[in-house]
Design a protein. Structure first.
Length: 125
């Protein structure tokens, strides 16, 4: 059974997938940082100093024992107040568009390269 597991793990496509998942997770962190730390502050500054991550609608009552600020999204969420965090959603949407755009550009290059290789292979035959 151990030999079968080792053979399964050592197959190329399983290792490729594992590497892709690890690189994808690291890439996701980079894109999240780009979105949260670079792009959204600039976009916020353009629109008058807005911090999109703190934009929300309160959908229910605040607990009577809550002592924090009513504009603190993280504290209200931690206190169990039902919130609609559209600012956080907007940030994640920008994050998704960046990732999708980069993946599209990579696939575009790969597809063009594959087509070029096919043309050259056909020409040389």
């Amino acid at each position: 059974m151990l030999k079968e597991f080792k053979a399964f793990i050592m197959r190329g496509n399983v290792l490729d997938l594992a590497i892709a998942v690890i690189i994808g997770a690291a890439f996701g962190k980079i894109v999240t940082s780009l979105t949260d730390d670079v792009l959204m502050p600039v976009i916020g500054k353009i629109f008058g100093g807005l911090d999109f991550s703190s934009y929300f609608w309160r959908m229910g009552p605040v607990p009577a024992n809550y002592a924090g600020s009513l504009s603190d999204y993280a504290a209200l969420k931690k206190a169990g107040v039902p919130l609609l965090g559209y600012g956080a959603f907007a940030t994640q949407l920008v994050n998704f568009v960046i990732v999708a755009g980069i993946i599209f550009m990579i696939l575009r290059v790969v597809n063009r390269t594959a087509a070029l290789i096919e043309r050259e292979t056909a020409r040389l035959k």
